[in-house]
Design a protein around this ligand. Sequence first.
Ligand code: HEM
Length: 917
Amino acid sequence: MSIWVTWPGLVKFGTLGITAGLLTLAVERNELFENNLFDFERWDEYNADIDCNERSLTARMEDGTCNILENPAEGSANRRFGRNVELDAAHGETDTLLSPNPRDISNSLMARDEFKPAPTLNFIAAAWIQFMTHDWFSHGDGSTTDYIDVELPAGDSRGTGTMSIRRTLPDPTRIAAEDEAGLPDAYLNENTHWWDGSQIYGSNLETLNTLREFQGGRMLVNSDGSLPRDFFSGVPKTGFTDNWWLGLSMLHQLFVKEHNAVAEMLAATYPEKDDQWLFDKARLVTSALMAKIHTVEWTPAIIANPVTERAMYANWWGLVGNAEARDKYGAEFDKLAEDLAKSDSWVRRILGLDPKMSEALDNGKAIEWAVTGLAGARNSDNAGVPFTLTEEFVAVYRMHPLLRDTVDVYDIGSNVVSESIPLTETRDGDAEDILDDQGGDRLWYSFGVTLPGALTLRNYPEFLRDLYVPGRGVIDLATIDIIRDRERGVPRYNEFRRQIGLTPINDFTDLTDDAEIVSELRRLYDNDVEKIDALVGQLAETVRPEGFGFGETAFQIFIMNASRRIIADRFYTADYNPETYTQEGYDWVENTTMVDVLKRHYPALDLSLVGVDNAFKPWGLNIPADYDNWAACDKQSLLWTNGVKRTEYAADERPEIPPVDIGGLISSVISDKVKYVGDVAPVGHAKPIHPHGAMAKVAFNSTGNHPYTGVFEGNECGLLRLSVTGDPADRGFAPGFAWKTLIDGQPSENISALYTLSGQADNHDFFANELSNYVSLEANDTLGSSLLFSFVTSKPTLVVANAMAETQSDGSAEASPVSPTQVYFVPTAEVRGLFAEGEHDFRDDLLSLPEGTKLYDVYATDMEIKSSIWPSRQQRLQDERRDDAVKIGEMVLTSEFTTSVFGDSGVFFKHQRYEDR
Ligand code: HEM
C-alpha cells in the first residue's frame, strides 16, 4: 500500500461518503488527542498569582488567564509551548544542528527558481494565515548574545564565512529538577495560546490600554480610518507587530474597524452599558468571528476537498450545518448515545466496521462533536491535558512560500496591473503609506484576484532569503526555518510522521517523482531518508489528497490542533451562547462572512464580490442564483466589471485569430447555441467560429416611431460583441455581430447578425456593410455551418427576433407583441469609411472608438421571410424586404470596446430559432 493518506479517514473518503468520512476524521482526532498531547508547564506556580474576578467569567482576559477557571494560567501568555510528540523525541538537536548545512538546503531546495502559484487560493489567504499565527504564537526575538553560526557553502551568493543566527531563548524559569527529569528544553509563547484576537488586542493589559478609545467599547482609529502609528517605526499600533508588511496593515485595520462596528451596534442596542462591558462583548464577538472565518472559510479554501470542507463546517456547526440545527442535535445526541449503547446499534452497524472506529464510538465524544459541532459544545474539553499550542503546530505553519515577490495593484474590476510593488518595499512603515496612497478597496481587490505561491520546494521568495530585519541585519529566513525545527526538537520528517501515527517513507522517490529534486535530496541528506528535515519533507510531498494546499503530515497536526483550539476554549463551547455574547453579538458571529466584513468596510467592492462565496478563493465572475432577478444595468455591470474588464487582454497578450475550427462545429455546440439559456457559456462550451472579437456596452435608442414592441422600444443596458468568423487570411473577412439586451428581472434576449455567411472577401473594414439577422443560404457555404444548424432548425440562416418583442426592458410582458422579421444594422456615417480596407486587425479599429460613438442605425421590416432557390428571385425578395424596412433606432456605445477572455469564451449569446418564435 502506498504510504500516503495512511489514516483511515482519507482512504475511506471515496467509499464511505462524506458523513462517514467526517466521523472517521473525528475518531482520528480523538486518537491523536489520546496519544499526542504532551504538556510540561508548571501551572500551579503561576496559578498561585492569578485571581479570576467576576469580569473574567464572561470576558476574555487580556493575558489569556481565567479561560479555564480551575487552572487559570492555562493557555495564557508567556507559558510554554506543549508538544505533539513524545517528550523523549522532542529534544533539541545539538551535534546534528547544522547537518546537513541548512544554508545549502536553502540555496538548492528552497530558493524560488520561478514563481509557482497556488491556483485555488488568493493572496488574501496568505496574509490571513500570518495574521492568524500572530494571534496564536510567537517565540520572540531570540537571544542577542547566543548565536548559531552557519557556514556558507561553496559558491554561496554571500561569499565565504558564516551566517549568524540568534538562538531561540529557552524558558528562563526552567528549574534543575526538569533537567534531572530529562525534559526537553521548553520555549515560551509570547502571545496567549487562545484564539482570542490577541494579534489586534495584545497579550497583556498595558498593550491593550494603549489601543482602546475608552468610549463606547471602541478601539482607537484615526478620523481617516487608519490606525494610529508608532512614531519611530511607522507601523500601526496594534496587538502584535512583528514581521510587518502590507497584508498585515490591511487585515489589522479591517478587524479593528469590525470591532468598532460591533461595539457601535451593541452600544445602540444596550445604551445603558459602560465602555468596559461594550469592549468585552465586542472583543468576544470579533475574536469568534475571526475563528469562524478561519474555520469555515480559510481552511476549506486551502484544503478544498469536499470532505474537509464539510469537516470544517462540522467543526463549527456540526454535521447538521447551522446553529439552530446544532442546538437541536445537541439535545438529540443523547438519543444517539442511547443507540450506541444498544447491542444492535444502527450507528455501530453502519460505521463500526473499523476496529479503531468501534472503540471510539464507545467513547462517544467524537460522535457528539462531529454531529453537533465543536463551537457551542456543551462543555469545553482539553482531553485531560492543559491547553497549549505546540512546537509541532508552529512547525507546520512555516508557510513562507505562500508569499509572492510583488504586490500587483489593479484598479477595481481590472485585470491589468497598474503598479507592481516589490513585496519587500511594502514592509514596516511603508505598509501604511501604501495603504493610504492606494486605498484599501483597490488593495483588497488586488489581493482578491492575485494568487499566492504554492507550498512546495523551490518556491521560497528570494526577498525572505535576503531579509533585512531592523535590529537583526540581513537574515535568510529559509535557513532559519530549517534550523528552528532542529533547535526546538521538532523531529526530522520520518520520525515526525511515526510520532503522529503516519507511515514513514522508505525512499526519496516516495516524496516526489521529480528526478532532479530526488537527486538533490539524496546528495544533501546523505541518501538517508531519516535525515530529511520536517519542513523539507512537507514541502516535497507532492502526493496530496485532492484539493489540498499542503500534504498529509501538516494535515495530521492540523486536524488535532485546529479542533483543540475550539473545543478547549470555554468561550467557544460552554459559554458560546447569547447569554455571554448577547443575542445580537452571537448572531453577528453566526451570520457574518469574510465577504460581509469586506463589503461593510469597503462598499466599493460590492460588485467585485458578487457571487464570491469564499473570500479566500480567487475572485472572478460569479453568477449568483438570483442573477436573473437583477436589474438589467446591474447585470450589465456585473458582466462588464467581473467578466470583461477582469479578463481584459494586456496589449501583448491578445490572441491571434485562428482559422475556423470546422471539426469543432459539432452538433453539441450547435445545440447549446439554440437551447442553453444564460449569459455565461456553459462549462466546456467551445467557440469554433467567431472565437475572437471585442465587446462594448451599448444602448439602443428607439426612434419611437415604429410598431415593434419589447426591447425594440429601447434598451439602455446591452452588450455588443463584434467578431469575425475566423482568420480572414483563411476564408476572407466575415464580420459577425451579437447583441445581448439585458432585461430587468428576466433572462436577457439576444440577436446575432452577419453580412453574409462567407463575408466580404478581402475588405477588412468592419463597417463596410450592413449586417442582418437573416442571410441567404449560399451554395458555397464552405463552413457547412448552415448544414449543421439545419440539424436543429428548419431555417439555419435565420436568427429570429420574436422573443425580443415579447418583454420590455423593464421586464414587463407585452400583451400583444409585434416583432420584426428582419433587422438590419447599418453602419452610421460616424464609422463608415473610418477604417482601412486593407489587411489589418479589425480589433484595433474597434478599440479606437470612443464611448458615445453612434455605431449603427437599426432598420426593421415585418415582411414575411420568403426564399427562393433561384438566385435572382432570392435577391428580389431580399431587396423588397430591405426597401420596406424603416429606421427604428440607433445603437450607441456606452463604453469603449475591450478585448477579453470573457468576451472571447465566457459570454454566451443564444440564437433564437425560427421554431422557438
Ligand atoms: C512579509 C511577510 C513575512 C515576513 C517578513 C516574515 C518574517 C518572519 C521572521 C523574521 C520570523 C522569525 C524567524 C526566527 O525564528 O528567527 C518568522 C517566523 C515565522 N513565520 Fe513569518 N514572515 C512573513 C510571513 C509569514 C507568513 C505568510 C506565514 C504563514 C503562516 C508566516 C509564518 C511564520 C511562522 C509559523 C514563524 C515561526 C514563528 C515562531 O517561531 O514562533 N510568516 N517570519
